[in-house]
Design a protein around this ligand. Structure first.
Ligand SMILES: Nc1ccn([C@@H]2O[C@H](COP(=O)(O)OP(=O)(O)OP(=O)(O)O)[C@@H](O)[C@H]2O)c(=O)n1
Ligand SMILES: C[C@](O)(CO)[C@H](O)COP(=O)(O)O
Length: 230
């Protein structure tokens, strides 16, 4: 089934400590943003891409789209102060009212197979997110003291893409805005509307480029994939 992907790309990259948007940092001489865009540009099931960007970065991003022949961007909208605001702005600009994916532009290593399983799950169940099982023990801590160990067997690390039937995500975003609720992912907003969100198992190399170390991981991931292609 065809889908539209919303790519929030309007962050400040504080944890990266870069002078400019971390999405412009190059991995193997290609900007992180382009690596991510190429995944969807090359996916026949992706009908449209919607970008949410910082106003003062829009013309530079438009130049990148031309330079790298990215054709599927149907809309570029202005992002907001929080990731959630950027996603909602992107949703409002979406040309499609069917299955919509939200994917961090900072996650360039997503596999097409995971995307397709997410689209199928969203079509069938209404909402689904990419995730991997927790490998470390997780604990709740207050004032530097462990309060509770969370049983690991049922713990998953949630990623993006997060896939939804349009009307489910639209209502969740609209209600969150009305109630001034801020979540760290779209699933939170959908869950609070009583919807069931399904898990689609993803891969551990679906890294979000957040801190300097992730750039090292990214180089290794790209080198490994290049070797596998040979
Ligand atoms: N107001 C915001 C904040 C984030 N994002 C985007 O959401 C994705 C995930 O956010 P994150 O990795 O946290 O990026 P930043 O917010 O830039 O990072 P930091 O929190 O370190 O500043 C990124 O593609 C980022 O560009 C966005 O579109 N609008
Ligand atoms: C949406 C997300 O990628 C799921 O893990 C994550 O919550 C984004 O967090 P960020 O701090 O906005 O990068």
């Amino acid at each position: 089934m065809a889908y539209t992907v919303i790519l929030p790309a309007a962050g400040s990259g504080k944890r990266m400590g870069a002078e400019h948007n971390k999405l412009f940092i190059e991995l193997k001489n290609i900007p992180v943003l382009i690596h991510t865009l190429r995944v969807f540009e090359r996916d026949p099931q992706c009908a449209h891409i919607v970008l949410a960007v910082k106003k003062d970065e829009q013309s530079y991003i438009e130049q990148l789209l031309l330079q790298y022949s990215i054709q599927k961007v149907a809309a570029i909208t202005e992002g907001g102060a929080e990731r959630q605001h950027s996603v909602y702005a992107g949703l409002k600009a979406s040309p499609s009212k069917e299955v919509v994916l939200v994917h961090d532009a900072a996650r360039p290593f997503i596999h097409q197979d995971v995307i397709h399983r997410l689209v199928q799950a969203a079509e069938k169940f209404g909402a689904a997110v990419a995730a991997v099982r927790a490998k470390d023990t997780m604990k709740k801590v207050q004032n530097g003291i462990i309060q509770e160990t969370v049983e690991r067997e049922s713990l998953w690390i949630i990623q993006t893409p997060q896939a939804f039937q349009y009307n489910i995500l639209e209502k969740a975003e609209r209600m969150a805005e009305l109630e001034s609720f801020l979540g760290t992912d779209e699933a939170m907003l959908v869950e609070r509307q009583g919807e069931k969100v399904h898990i689609v198992e993803s891969t551990y190399d679906n890294v979000k480029v957040t801190t300097q170390e992730d750039l090292l991981f990214g180089e290794v991931i790209l080198n490994k994939r290049k070797q596998e292609e040979q």
